[in-house]
Design a protein around this ligand. Structure first.
Ligand SMILES: [Zn+2]
Ligand SMILES: [Zn+2]
Length: 236
């Protein structure tokens, strides 16, 4: 008890988004204010952005080709505190954030139940980046979601070549940068699933996810699988 108390005193629980101290009775990971910003209203049924207003077609879906994605579920817009939160998670080694994000997907949005997800496939990072960072944040998130739901993680994808960070590419470079950059691990068990969720940290142009999907869809047994995307932040 004392140990727990001291630990709280030294490492008080802070909101993983805005870092304000959480009240004792708030056992979650987000403060009430940040929690209220979770994307849940007026969502486009395909891309998950909050632009389904008055039954008009979503401007994003019109402009970009989401390809074989059945539906995207995003927690936050990729801006402000939310952007900073996800960047701290990735680059400052705050791995415990994965648990907080997973909690919102599972116990707040019920995303896994609603979509009958049968398998979680994290977006892979290259070996070099993994060595530098020490972990793949998407795999961490998938594992936390799995702990809460029992849905299995299939870490079957891998980077087959080192790519420039997408953020450093021009729009034109982005596609060719990623082409053929993702493959399936040789020893991966065959995943015969109907509903798959690709797990990602940030969805902006969707180029990486589309590359993952094209690899998945090349597997004969997955040709007609529905592919969902669970991402912490989405470019808006
Ligand atoms: Zn907050
Ligand atoms: Zn849309």
């Amino acid at each position: 008890m004392i140990g727990q108390y001291l630990k709280k005193l030294i490492y008080p629980d802070k909101c993983i988004v805005c870092r304000t101290l959480l009240e004792e009775e708030n056992a979650g990971y987000l403060c009430d204010k940040c929690y209220s910003f979770v994307l849940r209203n007026h969502l486009c049924p395909k891309c998950g952005r909050p632009y389904n207003i008055g039954g008009k077609d979503c401007a994003y879906c019109k402009a970009e080709d989401a390809g074989d994605i059945t539906q995207i579920i995003a927690l936050f817009p990729y801006k402000d505190h939310f952007r900073k939160s996800v960047l701290r998670w990735k680059y400052s080694g705050l791995r415990k954030y994965a648990r907080g994000y997973a909690d919102v997907f599972v116990t707040d949005l019920y995303a896994l139940d609603k979509l009958s997800i049968e398998g979680l496939v994290p977006v892979p990072i290259s070996e070099a980046r993994k060595r530098k960072r020490g972990f793949n944040q998407a795999l961490d998130l998938a594992e936390e979601i799995s702990k809460l739901t029992g849905v299995k993680v299939y870490d079957v994808l891998k980077r087959t070549k080192e790519t420039k960070p997408q953020s450093k590419c021009t729009k034109k470079e982005r596609l060719s940068n990623l082409k053929g950059s993702i493959g399936i691990k040789k020893d991966s068990e065959s995943l015969s699933l109907n509903n798959i969720a690709i797990i990602d940290d940030i969805y902006t142009t969707g180029a990486t996810v589309r590359e993952c999907i094209s690899v998945i869809k090349r597997q004969e047994v997955l040709k007609s699988a529905k592919i969902y995307v669970l991402t912490v932040c989405i470019g808006i």
